[in-house]
Design a protein around this ligand. Structure first.
Ligand code: ZN
Length: 317
Protein backbone atom coordinates (compact mmCIF):
# COMPACT_ATOMS: atom_id res chain seq x y z
CA UNK A 1 0.00 0.00 0.00
CA UNK A 2 1.24 3.50 -0.83
CA UNK A 3 0.62 6.47 1.40
CA UNK A 4 -2.70 6.26 3.21
CA UNK A 5 -2.78 9.98 4.04
CA UNK A 6 -1.78 12.30 1.20
CA UNK A 7 -2.37 15.73 2.76
CA UNK A 8 -5.28 18.02 3.58
CA UNK A 9 -8.67 17.30 2.01
CA UNK A 10 -10.88 20.15 3.27
CA UNK A 11 -11.61 22.53 6.12
CA UNK A 12 -15.19 23.05 7.29
CA UNK A 13 -16.26 26.20 9.11
CA UNK A 14 -19.41 27.76 10.51
CA UNK A 15 -20.79 30.97 9.03
CA UNK A 16 -23.65 33.34 9.73
CA UNK A 17 -25.38 34.80 6.69
CA UNK A 18 -25.29 32.55 3.59
CA UNK A 19 -25.46 35.38 1.04
CA UNK A 20 -22.60 37.30 2.71
CA UNK A 21 -20.54 34.12 2.77
CA UNK A 22 -21.04 33.62 -0.96
CA UNK A 23 -20.16 37.25 -1.70
CA UNK A 24 -17.00 37.07 0.39
CA UNK A 25 -15.55 33.84 -0.98
CA UNK A 26 -16.80 33.64 -4.57
CA UNK A 27 -16.86 37.41 -5.06
CA UNK A 28 -14.08 39.10 -3.11
CA UNK A 29 -11.65 36.17 -2.81
CA UNK A 30 -12.66 34.86 -6.23
CA UNK A 31 -12.63 31.17 -5.41
CA UNK A 32 -15.12 28.92 -7.09
CA UNK A 33 -18.23 27.54 -5.44
CA UNK A 34 -17.85 23.90 -6.45
CA UNK A 35 -20.87 22.51 -4.63
CA UNK A 36 -24.08 23.89 -3.20
CA UNK A 37 -25.70 21.23 -1.06
CA UNK A 38 -27.09 20.79 2.45
CA UNK A 39 -25.73 19.56 5.75
CA UNK A 40 -26.25 15.81 5.47
CA UNK A 41 -26.78 15.67 9.24
CA UNK A 42 -29.42 18.45 9.20
CA UNK A 43 -30.63 19.37 5.69
CA UNK A 44 -32.34 22.63 6.76
CA UNK A 45 -28.87 24.22 6.59
CA UNK A 46 -26.79 24.74 3.46
CA UNK A 47 -23.38 23.21 2.94
CA UNK A 48 -21.30 25.39 0.61
CA UNK A 49 -18.04 24.08 -0.83
CA UNK A 50 -15.48 26.43 -2.35
CA UNK A 51 -12.32 25.27 -4.06
CA UNK A 52 -10.22 25.25 -7.19
CA UNK A 53 -11.71 24.68 -10.63
CA UNK A 54 -12.33 20.95 -10.18
CA UNK A 55 -12.50 20.84 -6.38
CA UNK A 56 -9.23 19.06 -5.64
CA UNK A 57 -8.28 18.05 -2.09
CA UNK A 58 -6.14 20.75 -0.50
CA UNK A 59 -8.30 23.54 -1.92
CA UNK A 60 -11.71 22.93 -0.36
CA UNK A 61 -13.13 25.30 2.26
CA UNK A 62 -16.70 24.51 3.23
CA UNK A 63 -19.32 26.28 5.32
CA UNK A 64 -22.49 25.59 7.22
CA UNK A 65 -24.20 29.02 7.25
CA UNK A 66 -26.55 29.48 10.22
CA UNK A 67 -28.42 32.77 9.92
CA UNK A 68 -28.07 34.81 13.11
CA UNK A 69 -25.80 32.36 14.93
CA UNK A 70 -23.74 33.88 17.73
CA UNK A 71 -20.04 34.27 17.04
CA UNK A 72 -17.54 31.78 18.38
CA UNK A 73 -14.12 32.53 19.84
CA UNK A 74 -10.71 31.61 18.49
CA UNK A 75 -8.55 29.80 21.01
CA UNK A 76 -6.68 26.66 21.81
CA UNK A 77 -8.10 23.30 20.82
CA UNK A 78 -9.23 24.86 17.56
CA UNK A 79 -8.08 25.41 14.01
CA UNK A 80 -7.97 29.20 14.01
CA UNK A 81 -6.45 30.20 10.68
CA UNK A 82 -6.89 28.77 7.22
CA UNK A 83 -4.35 30.08 4.75
CA UNK A 84 -4.57 30.41 1.01
CA UNK A 85 -1.71 30.16 -1.45
CA UNK A 86 -1.15 33.01 -3.91
CA UNK A 87 1.81 33.97 -6.12
CA UNK A 88 4.61 36.00 -4.56
CA UNK A 89 4.15 38.61 -7.29
CA UNK A 90 0.50 39.20 -6.33
CA UNK A 91 1.08 41.05 -3.06
CA UNK A 92 0.17 44.52 -4.36
CA UNK A 93 -2.86 43.19 -6.19
CA UNK A 94 -4.27 41.58 -3.06
CA UNK A 95 -3.51 44.42 -0.67
CA UNK A 96 -5.33 46.75 -3.04
CA UNK A 97 -8.22 44.32 -3.35
CA UNK A 98 -8.60 43.93 0.42
CA UNK A 99 -8.54 47.74 0.76
CA UNK A 100 -11.10 48.13 -2.01
CA UNK A 101 -13.56 45.94 -0.11
CA UNK A 102 -12.80 47.50 3.26
CA UNK A 103 -11.23 44.35 4.72
CA UNK A 104 -8.81 45.12 7.55
CA UNK A 105 -5.54 43.19 7.39
CA UNK A 106 -2.32 42.91 9.34
CA UNK A 107 0.84 44.21 7.72
CA UNK A 108 2.66 41.57 5.62
CA UNK A 109 5.25 39.59 7.52
CA UNK A 110 7.71 36.87 6.60
CA UNK A 111 7.11 33.48 8.22
CA UNK A 112 9.34 30.72 6.88
CA UNK A 113 11.79 31.46 4.03
CA UNK A 114 9.99 32.64 0.92
CA UNK A 115 6.60 33.06 2.58
CA UNK A 116 5.02 36.48 3.00
CA UNK A 117 1.86 36.28 5.07
CA UNK A 118 -1.12 38.64 5.38
CA UNK A 119 -3.80 37.92 8.02
CA UNK A 120 -7.42 39.04 7.71
CA UNK A 121 -10.87 37.74 8.62
CA UNK A 122 -14.10 37.06 6.79
CA UNK A 123 -17.38 38.79 7.65
CA UNK A 124 -17.98 36.33 10.52
CA UNK A 125 -14.46 36.68 11.95
CA UNK A 126 -13.05 33.45 10.53
CA UNK A 127 -9.23 33.65 10.57
CA UNK A 128 -7.70 33.64 7.09
CA UNK A 129 -4.34 34.38 5.55
CA UNK A 130 -2.90 34.85 2.13
CA UNK A 131 0.54 33.28 1.87
CA UNK A 132 2.53 34.81 -0.99
CA UNK A 133 5.03 32.25 -2.27
CA UNK A 134 6.62 30.88 -5.44
CA UNK A 135 6.40 27.17 -4.54
CA UNK A 136 2.90 26.45 -5.81
CA UNK A 137 2.58 24.66 -9.16
CA UNK A 138 -1.20 24.13 -9.03
CA UNK A 139 -3.23 25.57 -11.91
CA UNK A 140 -4.84 29.00 -11.70
CA UNK A 141 -8.62 29.33 -12.06
CA UNK A 142 -9.59 31.70 -14.86
CA UNK A 143 -13.39 31.58 -14.52
CA UNK A 144 -13.73 33.90 -11.52
CA UNK A 145 -13.49 37.64 -10.94
CA UNK A 146 -9.78 37.63 -9.99
CA UNK A 147 -7.32 37.63 -12.93
CA UNK A 148 -5.80 34.14 -13.31
CA UNK A 149 -2.27 35.38 -12.58
CA UNK A 150 -3.38 36.44 -9.09
CA UNK A 151 -5.90 33.75 -8.14
CA UNK A 152 -5.84 31.69 -4.99
CA UNK A 153 -4.40 28.28 -5.90
CA UNK A 154 -5.82 26.41 -2.92
CA UNK A 155 -4.78 26.20 0.71
CA UNK A 156 -1.20 26.77 1.79
CA UNK A 157 -1.43 25.61 5.39
CA UNK A 158 -3.73 25.51 8.37
CA UNK A 159 -2.93 26.73 11.86
CA UNK A 160 -4.07 24.78 14.90
CA UNK A 161 -3.64 26.18 18.42
CA UNK A 162 -2.88 23.72 21.17
CA UNK A 163 -1.97 23.70 24.86
CA UNK A 164 1.15 21.75 23.85
CA UNK A 165 2.07 20.24 20.50
CA UNK A 166 3.30 16.80 21.56
CA UNK A 167 0.14 14.69 21.68
CA UNK A 168 -1.28 16.05 18.44
CA UNK A 169 2.15 15.70 16.84
CA UNK A 170 2.25 12.08 17.99
CA UNK A 171 -1.05 11.35 16.28
CA UNK A 172 0.01 13.13 13.08
CA UNK A 173 3.37 11.39 12.85
CA UNK A 174 2.51 7.94 14.16
CA UNK A 175 -0.95 7.34 12.66
CA UNK A 176 -1.42 9.97 9.96
CA UNK A 177 1.88 9.77 8.03
CA UNK A 178 2.99 13.34 8.70
CA UNK A 179 6.55 14.44 9.41
CA UNK A 180 7.87 17.57 11.11
CA UNK A 181 9.27 19.66 8.30
CA UNK A 182 9.92 23.06 9.90
CA UNK A 183 9.71 24.88 13.21
CA UNK A 184 10.13 28.41 14.39
CA UNK A 185 9.47 29.69 17.92
CA UNK A 186 6.15 28.12 18.99
CA UNK A 187 5.17 27.01 15.46
CA UNK A 188 5.69 23.38 14.42
CA UNK A 189 4.93 22.55 10.80
CA UNK A 190 3.91 19.03 9.77
CA UNK A 191 3.03 17.61 6.37
CA UNK A 192 2.15 14.27 4.81
CA UNK A 193 3.29 15.78 1.54
CA UNK A 194 5.75 18.69 1.47
CA UNK A 195 3.85 20.99 -0.87
CA UNK A 196 1.49 23.97 -0.59
CA UNK A 197 -2.00 22.87 0.41
CA UNK A 198 -0.81 20.28 2.89
CA UNK A 199 0.99 22.03 5.74
CA UNK A 200 -0.41 21.66 9.24
CA UNK A 201 1.08 24.18 11.67
CA UNK A 202 0.63 23.51 15.35
CA UNK A 203 1.08 26.59 17.49
CA UNK A 204 1.64 26.16 21.21
CA UNK A 205 -0.56 28.71 22.93
CA UNK A 206 -0.88 27.50 26.53
CA UNK A 207 -1.89 30.98 27.71
CA UNK A 208 -4.79 31.47 25.31
CA UNK A 209 -8.39 30.72 26.26
CA UNK A 210 -10.02 27.64 24.82
CA UNK A 211 -11.82 28.18 21.54
CA UNK A 212 -15.61 28.22 21.51
CA UNK A 213 -17.71 27.09 18.56
CA UNK A 214 -19.98 29.55 16.77
CA UNK A 215 -19.95 31.51 13.55
CA UNK A 216 -16.48 32.46 12.38
CA UNK A 217 -14.87 29.28 13.71
CA UNK A 218 -13.70 26.05 12.14
CA UNK A 219 -15.76 22.93 12.80
CA UNK A 220 -13.22 20.36 11.59
CA UNK A 221 -10.31 19.61 9.30
CA UNK A 222 -10.29 16.65 6.94
CA UNK A 223 -7.21 14.82 5.74
CA UNK A 224 -7.19 13.11 2.37
CA UNK A 225 -6.91 9.37 1.86
CA UNK A 226 -6.86 7.83 -1.64
CA UNK A 227 -9.83 5.45 -1.33
CA UNK A 228 -11.88 3.13 0.84
CA UNK A 229 -9.17 0.52 1.45
CA UNK A 230 -6.76 3.14 2.76
CA UNK A 231 -9.54 4.78 4.77
CA UNK A 232 -10.25 1.52 6.61
CA UNK A 233 -6.54 1.16 7.34
CA UNK A 234 -6.50 4.68 8.87
CA UNK A 235 -9.62 3.85 10.85
CA UNK A 236 -7.96 0.75 12.23
CA UNK A 237 -4.98 2.82 13.37
CA UNK A 238 -7.27 5.36 15.07
CA UNK A 239 -9.12 2.58 16.88
CA UNK A 240 -5.78 1.28 18.13
CA UNK A 241 -4.92 4.76 19.39
CA UNK A 242 -8.19 4.68 21.38
CA UNK A 243 -9.64 7.76 19.68
CA UNK A 244 -12.99 6.14 18.93
CA UNK A 245 -13.58 7.00 15.24
CA UNK A 246 -17.07 7.03 13.74
CA UNK A 247 -18.04 4.36 11.23
CA UNK A 248 -17.41 5.22 7.57
CA UNK A 249 -20.08 7.75 6.52
CA UNK A 250 -21.16 8.44 2.96
CA UNK A 251 -20.83 12.14 2.05
CA UNK A 252 -21.69 11.60 -1.65
CA UNK A 253 -18.48 13.28 -2.88
CA UNK A 254 -16.27 11.24 -0.52
CA UNK A 255 -16.67 8.89 2.42
CA UNK A 256 -15.56 10.02 5.86
CA UNK A 257 -14.54 9.00 9.34
CA UNK A 258 -14.35 11.47 12.23
CA UNK A 259 -12.53 11.47 15.55
CA UNK A 260 -11.34 14.06 18.05
CA UNK A 261 -7.59 14.56 18.38
CA UNK A 262 -6.15 14.77 21.91
CA UNK A 263 -6.06 18.60 21.92
CA UNK A 264 -9.76 18.84 21.07
CA UNK A 265 -9.86 19.52 17.32
CA UNK A 266 -12.29 17.40 15.31
CA UNK A 267 -10.39 15.49 12.63
CA UNK A 268 -11.90 13.79 9.60
CA UNK A 269 -10.32 11.48 7.05
CA UNK A 270 -12.05 11.77 3.66
CA UNK A 271 -11.48 9.87 0.42
CA UNK A 272 -10.19 11.71 -2.65
CA UNK A 273 -12.81 9.85 -4.71
CA UNK A 274 -15.37 10.11 -6.23
CA UNK A 275 -15.05 13.90 -5.97
CA UNK A 276 -17.31 16.82 -6.88
CA UNK A 277 -17.89 15.90 -10.52
CA UNK A 278 -19.90 12.84 -9.52
CA UNK A 279 -23.19 14.75 -9.94
CA UNK A 280 -22.25 17.88 -11.96
CA UNK A 281 -19.84 18.45 -14.83
CA UNK A 282 -16.73 20.60 -14.25
CA UNK A 283 -18.27 23.49 -16.24
CA UNK A 284 -21.37 23.57 -14.03
CA UNK A 285 -19.94 22.86 -10.59
CA UNK A 286 -21.76 24.73 -7.84
CA UNK A 287 -24.63 26.01 -9.98
CA UNK A 288 -27.56 23.87 -8.84
CA UNK A 289 -28.70 22.84 -5.36
CA UNK A 290 -27.54 19.23 -5.18
CA UNK A 291 -29.22 16.90 -2.71
CA UNK A 292 -28.16 13.38 -1.80
CA UNK A 293 -30.72 10.67 -2.64
CA UNK A 294 -32.07 10.51 0.92
CA UNK A 295 -33.20 14.17 0.79
CA UNK A 296 -34.34 14.37 -2.82
CA UNK A 297 -37.95 13.67 -1.79
CA UNK A 298 -37.78 16.74 0.47
CA UNK A 299 -36.46 19.03 -2.26
CA UNK A 300 -39.55 21.28 -2.51
CA UNK A 301 -39.63 21.85 1.25
CA UNK A 302 -35.88 22.48 1.48
CA UNK A 303 -35.80 24.86 -1.47
CA UNK A 304 -38.51 26.91 0.20
CA UNK A 305 -36.79 26.85 3.58
CA UNK A 306 -33.21 27.61 2.55
CA UNK A 307 -32.48 31.31 1.92
CA UNK A 308 -32.12 32.20 -1.75
CA UNK A 309 -28.52 33.15 -2.59
CA UNK A 310 -27.09 34.53 -5.81
CA UNK A 311 -24.06 36.38 -7.09
CA UNK A 312 -23.07 38.20 -10.22
CA UNK A 313 -19.33 37.54 -10.41
CA UNK A 314 -18.73 40.32 -12.92
CA UNK A 315 -19.61 42.79 -10.15
CA UNK A 316 -16.38 41.71 -8.43
CA UNK A 317 -13.95 42.23 -11.32
ZN1 ZN B 1 -15.75 17.46 6.50
Amino acid sequence: MGKIITGIHHVTAIAGDAQKNLEFYAGILGIRMVKKTVNFDGPEVYHFYYGDETGQPGSILTFFPYQGLVRGRHGKGMLNTTTFSVPLTSLDYWLNRLKKYGIAYKEPQERFDGEVVVYFEDTDGLGLELVFNDKDARPAYSGGPVPAEHTIRGFYNVEVWEEGYERTAGLLTEQLEHTLIAEKANRFRFAANDSPGNYVDIICTPDSLRGLGGSGTVHHIAFSTPGKTEQLEVRDRIVKRMLNPTPVLDRNYFTSIYFREPGGVLFEVATAVPGFTVDESVEHLGEALKLPAQFEKERARLEQLLPAVSINLSDYK
